[in-house]
Structure formats: structure tokens, C-alpha cells
Design a protein around this ligand. Structure first.
Ligand code: GDP
Length: 460
């Protein structure tokens, strides 16, 4: 039996959308079209000897792109993807132009003249979610994959795309539904001799469900670090080698390294990977009293940057006493790693370094000596606990906020049950079910989808 493309119907269903799915500037541009008119519309612009609405589907065929008056503009490949086994679950078509952005734009404009409208950011993935092709955590993983900066982040996104987080959340959702059902049964049939769970067992179910939420929350830090990266600020007096260290870590010259004090007039930010962790490395202007107006702005900005750091490397010159270059203590909460640089000129860190920083890390920005130890220390601070690679699942900030609320609601409901306040407990548990359902999208509103898909780009 052949697969067949569903014919467009006159009824008001979803409309047909199109967008360029590839980044600008490539040698090939891919146009994605989804909706009932996808194939019909594409065939107005692209022609070949065989029709796209006949098998074989999902295979590229060579054809020609025509302009509005039917003249050939370019050669292009196209394929049809019948629903429901397409990315969006709808009928889809793709055109691969090899003429770069100009042909792609012309094809798009032609499509728009034939009843297709421009896709909004993330709309293809949003349709995939609405058609049951993926849950919300998987849709978010698509964006994570696109944004992933390191292999670890990529692996985490892949696990989420496979549905591991979604399945764990679904199991929690079912546990919460079970609890809600138990409590509601006591409300609906108070006088009947039903098999209610004995109080101790009900309480045990609460405890186990609470533990399941905590397990999901356990890897929140991993999730945040891998998705967003960590802000690592290099600060310290002038001329100690901050810019040189930054460059050495990056492996290339980003900052201007010079012997004149105060040349790093502004803060510089670079993305680097340290042991698989995406790190936003920020170099600050030398923090010191200065009357130079241009420099002053830089210094003020440095102090502000230091306050917002998640890890601060306070860099000093190993050849000079600590007392002359002491950490001014801008912030109490940020973990500070004391780095004594220029180890090639000094055999050890200054003897007067205070014990609160632990052992200073001795580095040489010119040779890379001490970098492994520096990276060890950074890694320790980042993970805050023994770290065993990429977690199976790691919730995002959005998921964690919903789970935090679920924890609170669960504790409230447990207390309400213990007091026999069944009606209140039922309401509280329904709220918990709802919060958890917002993670995977079992419960959703347009607002929720708008905020989830806002970070997507057009064509995804
Ligand atoms: P910053 O003002 O703290 O950013 O310092 P720079 O990175 O501009 O370095 C100031 C000077 O110290 C430059 O001449 C660097 O070549 C030199 N320098 C930086 N790191 C080292 C090091 O580990 N050993 C030695 N001997 N010189 C270094």
C-alpha cells in the first residue's frame, strides 16, 4: 500500500507556514513549509518531471525554481513529508536552494503569494508539540541543542530530546494524580466502604512522591550551568597578568596585552570551555584608584562586573606581597579563587596570603604552568559537589521553578490530609498536578507556549 498525501480541505484547520530554516550565508538554503497546502504551494514555485505528492516521499528530487512569470530561476531539490510522521506532524515540504539567500527569498515570496504565511519563531516546533510529536521538555531540548556550546551541553540536550526528562516528569505527574484521586474519592464517597489507603500508607505515598520531586531537582545546578554557562570574572590589580591569563585560556589573542598599566579600559567577555563547562570569561580593567576619566568608567564597570560574577579569579603578582594587592572583598557570596601569577619569576605564592582563600593557585600565563590545577579548582567550584559527568536528566530554570512550587504544594496537601481537611487537600493536589503538567505541557496555556517558544528562532 502506498502512503498518500492528504488533500487540502476547505475546512478551517491550521494554515500553511513557511520559513528559511538555515542560517544566512550558507551555500544551500533550506525552506521549510508545513500545513495542508505545503505541497500544492511548493509545486507552484518548484517544478520537476514527477509530482511531489506521489511517492517516494522524504526523498529529495531535482527540479527548477520558477519566478512569477514561470521562467526558471535556479535548480533546487525538494521533498514532501506526509503527516503524521513529519517533524510537525502535518504535511510538510522542503526546498533546498543552492543559490543561497536570494533564491530562498524569491521562493519564500512566491510561496507567500500562494496562500502560505511566514512562520513565527519556533512555530514548526510548536506545531510538533500541539500535534503530540513531542512534549514541551523535548521542544525545549531542540532549542538547547541549537544553543549548546559544549559537548556536555549537547549530550544533555540529546537526552532530553529522547524524552528522558519528560518520562521522569510524567511518572511524577501520575503519582500526583494518584494522590489527588485518593483524596477526591474520600470527598465523593465519604460514607461508602471503599478501599481507601490506610492513613500511614497514604502518608508514605506523599513521602515517596516528595522524594521523586527532590530527585528531579537534584540536578538543577548541572542543568543551569550546562545550558547557560557560568560567569567567571578575572580581576585584580593592574599588570598582574589578567589579560595574559585570559588569552592563554582562550588560546588566542582577544585582549590587547601590553605593559602599560590600565590598557584594558573596558570589560571583555569571551566564551570558553573549561572541562566541558561553558564559561563566560570576563576580564576587567585593573581595579585601582585613578583620576583618568576614561579609565574611571572602566573601573566602575569592573566593580559592577565583579559583583555579578559567579566565580571570581582574584589574580595577583606572585613576586609581590599579598598585602599590596589584597582582595578588597567586593562581594561576600561569590566564590573567590586566589591566583598568584608569574610563577616563572617566583618560586611560590606570596607568604602573606590569608588562609580564607585556601592555597593560592600558582600560574604562569606565559607557559601555561599551573593551569590544570586552576581548572581543577574552577571545576570544583562550578559543581559544588563530586561530579559524575552529564546527568541523565537536568531540569532547567523553568522546570525547577514549577517543581519548587510542587514541593510546597505537596507539603501543604500532606499536612491537610493529616488534619482530615480533605477538601483543601484535593484543591492543593490539583494545583500540584497542574504545576507538574506545565513542565511537559500536559497542562498548557497559550501564554505558557508563547514564553517557551519565544527563545526559538524563525524556521525552527
Ligand atoms: P593585566 O593588566 O593584569 O591584564 O596584565 P597583562 O596581562 O597586560 O600583563 C602585564 C605584563 O605582565 C605583560 O608584560 C605580560 O607579558 C606580563 N605577564 C603576564 N603574565 C606573566 C607571567 O606569568 N610571567 C611573566 N614573567 N610575565 C607575565
Amino acid at each position: 500500500m502506498h502512503e498518500s498525501v492528504p488533500q487540502p480541505t476547505a475546512s478551517a484547520g491550521p494554515d500553511t507556514i513557511a520559513a528559511v530554516a538555515t542560517a544566512l550565508g550558507g551555500a544551500v538554503a533550506v525552506i521549510r513549509v508545513s500545513g495542508p497546502e505545503a505541497v500544492v504551494a511548493v509545486q507552484r514555485v518548484w517544478r520537476s518531471r514527477t509530482s511531489l505528492d506521489r511517492p517516494p516521499f522524504r526523498q529529495l528530487r531535482l527540479g527548477r525554481v520558477l519566478d512569477a512569470s514561470g521562467r526558471p530561476l535556479d535548480q533546487a531539490l525538494a521533498a514532501a513529508f506526509p503527516g503524521p510522521s513529519s517533524y510537525t506532524g502535518e504535511l510538510m515540504a522542503e526546498v533546498h536552494c543552492h543559490g543561497g539567500p536570494l533564491t530562498a527569498r524569491l521562493v519564500l515570496l512566491e510561496l507567500f503569494r500562494h496562500g502560505v504565511r511566514p512562520a513565527e519563531p519556533g512555530e514548526f516546533t510548536r506545531r510538533a508539540f500541539l500535534n503530540g510529536k513531542m512534549d514541551l521538555t523535548q521542544a525545549e531540548a531542540v532549542a538547547d541543542l541549537i544553543e549548546a556550546q559544549t559537548e556536555m551541553a549537547l549530550r544533555l540536550a540529546n537526552r532530553q530530546l529522547e524524552g528522558r526528562l519528560g518520562r521522569a516528569v510524567d511518572a511524577l505527574y501520575d503519582d500526583l494524580l494518584f494522590l489527588a484521586g485518593e483524596v477526591e474519592a474520600r470527598l465523593d464517597f465519604p460514607d461508602e466502604d471503599l478501599d481507601f489507603l490506610p492513613p500511614a500508607e497514604l502518608d508514605d505515598r506523599f513521602a515517596r512522591t516528595g522524594a521523586a520531586v527532590e530527585r528531579l531537582l537534584a540536578d538543577r545546578r548541572e542543568g543551569e550551568v550546562l545550558r547557560r554557562g557560568i560567569r567567571l570574572v578575572l580581576a585584580g590589580p593592574t599588570n598582574v597578568g589578567k589579560s595574559s591569563l585570559l588569552n592563554a585560556i582562550l588560546g588566542w589573542d582577544r585582549a590587547i596585552v601590553t605593559q602599560v598599566p590600565g590598557t584594558t579600559r573596558d570589560t571583555l567577555e569571551e566564551l570558553a570551555h573549561i572541562r566541558g563547562v561553558p564559561v563566560r570569561l570576563i576580564d576587567t580593567a585593573g581595579v585601582r584608584e585613578t583620576l583618568d576619566l576614561v579609565e574611571k568608567t572602566g573601573v566602575e564597570r569592573s566593580v559592577e562586573t565583579i559583583r555579578r560574577a559567579e566565580i571570581l579569579l582574584w589574580v595577583i603578582d606572585a613576586t609581590r606581597p599579598y598585602a599590596d594587592q589584597a582582595y578588597p572583598g567586593f562581594t561576600r557570596r561569590t566564590p573567590v579563587v586566589l591566583v598568584a601569577n608569574k610563577s616563572d619569576l617566583a618560586p611560590a605564592a606570596p607568604a602573606d596570603t590569608p588562609p580564607e582563600f585556601g592555597k593560592p593557585v600558582l600560574t604562569c600565563a606565559l607557559t601555561g604552568d599551573g593551569f590544570e590545577e586552576l581548572f581543577d579548582r574552577i571545576e570544583q567550584v562550578v559543581w559544588e559537589r563530586p561530579h559524575a559527568g552529564v546527568p541523565e536528566t537536568a531540569v532547567s530554570v523553568r522546570h525547577a521553578a514549577l517543581l519548587d512550587h510542587t514541593v510546597e504544594l505537596l507539603a501543604d496537601a500532606r499536612r491537610q490530609c493529616a488534619e482530615g481537611a480533605w477538601e483543601n487537600a484535593a484543591v492543593t493536589l490539583r494545583a500540584a498536578v497542574n504545576e507538574t503538567g506545565r513542565i511537559t505541557g500536559r497542562c498548557y496555556s497559550d501564554d505558557l507556549l508563547d514564553s517557551v517558544f519565544a527563545r526559538f528562532c524563525i524556521g525552527k
